[in-house]
Design a protein around this ligand. Structure first.
Ligand SMILES: [Zn+2]
Length: 494
């Protein structure tokens, strides 16, 4: 009889994200207070956002516009009828003891977005992630913990209400992700989309984009979900990926050793690279949602919806497909050029000014990105305009200057700007491709090195490179390399 070792159980993770994204409106969601980041504490408040009795909130129309645009960009249906609700809980940073949010009738539902994963071989795989809903809500204030006591920790806490009433959208995904990498990609795609739309700066460090992860594991093939755990407190995309990978391993280990998974909220500890239990999760009924009586329900007029729809820019996924299929760029190059919207705009303006796509991509991703990284600058800081980059590329393509000369000119163009054409003329760097001039140059070089010429003719043909070097030296790199090489080969044979 043959005994088989029991098969090792394979697990898969089921991951969904809740993303809060701060909208970049000038004023708050229900009052005229400024939303500018970094003001003195409690200097951007009024009776409405402080929740004083008897005040009446009014919805900022730009908030609705941004929410609808984000909803459409995520392929959601926009609700014909939507409303606000009060989500009730007590916390010191919440002066009204409730948060105005949307419960059963959110502004947008049933969408999806596409993520693209580029593997180590440079191959791209696309996957659609469902979007359950997108709703509008107000942010709470901020607690600042101060003082310190050896036993009690912080001795006091201060509250800053500047952030109270700042508009947010919350985007809830379907549990369609299976790895930390997919979740990190999803969060990055959300950031790209809101940045392309111009509805949020998507800055994770300043808290404009915050992600909570829901995660459970189950044996592969099982339909039912395992017990889910929520992870909070990740402030970078790589932290999202690492927190999820840690949590997957922790949950599998617990299941294997027979420990129960507790439904709870866990915090990601960046220093220790682990998640720790924080509190058991309250159900939605705890919040006692009820319709906000001070705000009218929302019906978006079809004409307005049409107008906002028409204002949507080309979105990141569509751009990636276009760059890969029409321009023929690799998934890796495409990713770099579409990740940062400012780079994308720079690239497209360069193309519009007449540069070839491949050349523009190479310059942007090579020398220019290298310079930006070295100097810790962003593309908007450099003096070289996209039009000037296009001019530089055209000078190379017309054989007016060599690529080598162009690289030498680049530092000055990046820092001082100006026209590459004018700079080339001013410095006398025009490429020498005239046959007669090249011929006499090469004759001079050969005449100056009779020994090497002798060796060449005796079979040491790799000396052609030496002669070419001499030609370049004499012309300070201005000789057209291709034409000069051909001429040199002819002369050496002759
Ligand atoms: Zn206010």
């Amino acid at each position: 009889m043959v005994t088989k070792a029991p098969a090792k159980t394979e697990y898969e993770a089921v991951i969904g994200l809740e993303t809060h994204c701060q909208l970049s409106t000038d004023t708050k969601i229900f009052c005229n207070c400024s939303t500018t980041f970094g003001a003195d504490p409690n200097h951007q408040v009024c009776p409405i956002c402080m929740g004083m009795p008897g005040v009446l909130p009014v919805l900022n129309e730009t908030v609705l516009e941004y929410a609808v645009k984000a909803g459409r960009a995520l392929n959601c249906e926009i609700a014909k009828y939507s409303k606000f609700d009060r989500k009730q809980y007590f916390y010191p940073d919440l002066p009204k003891n409730y948060q105005v949010s949307q419960y059963d009738l959110p502004i947008a539902e049933h969408g999806w977005l596409e993520i693209e994963i580029v593997d180590e071989q440079g191959e791209a795989t696309c996957k659609k992630i469902g979007i359950t809903r997108l709703h509008m809500e107000e942010d709470a204030g901020k607690l600042v913990h101060g003082g310190s006591d050896r036993l009690a920790g912080s001795t006091h806490s201060l509250v800053d209400f500047n952030r109270t009433g700042v508009p947010l959208i919350e985007i809830v995904s379907e549990p369609d992700m299976r790895t930390g990498l997919e979740a990190a990609e999803y969060a990055q795609e959300i950031r790209r989309i809101v940045r392309y739309l111009g509805v949020s700066d998507g800055n994770m460090q300043e808290g404009s984009l915050r992600c909570d992860v829901n995660i459970s594991v189950r044996p592969r093939g099982q339909k039912e979900f395992g017990t889910k755990v929520e992870i909070k407190n990740m402030n970078s995309f790589s932290a999202i990926q690492r927190a999820i990978d840690y949590e997957i391993a922790r949950q599998i280990e617990a299941i294997e050793s027979g420990e129960p998974i507790i439904q709870e909220t866990r915090l990601w500890e960046e220093g220790a690279q682990r998640t720790i239990g924080m509190r058991s999760k309250e159900g939605s009924s705890d919040y006692r949602y009820f319709p906000e009586p001070d705000l009218t329900p929302i019906e978006v007029a079809p004409s307005l919806l049409k107008q906002w729809q028409s204002e949507l820019p080309e979105l990141p996924a569509a751009k990636r497909h276009r760059y890969e299929e029409e321009i023929g760029l690799s998934p890796y190059d495409t990713r770099i050029l579409t990740d940062d919207h400012a780079i994308t705009q720079y690239f497209e303006t360069t193309l519009a000014a007449g540069a070839s796509a491949k050349q523009a991509a190479n310059w942007l991703m090579g020398d220019i990105t290298g310079y930006l990284n070295n100097e810790n600058l962003s593309i908007t800081d450099i003096a070289l305009t996209p039009e000037a980059l296009a001019e530089l590329i055209q000078l190379i393509e017309a054989n007016t200057i060599s690529g080598k000369i162009a690289k030498e000119l680049l530092p000055e163009l990046l820092t001082k700007g100006g026209s590459p054409k004018a700079l080339v003329e001013q410095k006398g760097l025009t490429q020498i491709s005239d046959a007669a001039t090249l011929e006499s140059l090469i004759d001079e070089v050969l005449a100056a090195h009779p020994q090497e010429l002798e060796q060449y003719r005796n079979g040491k043909t790799k000396l052609q490179g030496f002669f070419m070097g001499q030609v370049m030296k004499r012309t300070s790199g201005r000789a057209d390399p291709k034409a000069a090489n051909q001429m040199l080969a002819k002369k050496l044979k002759g």
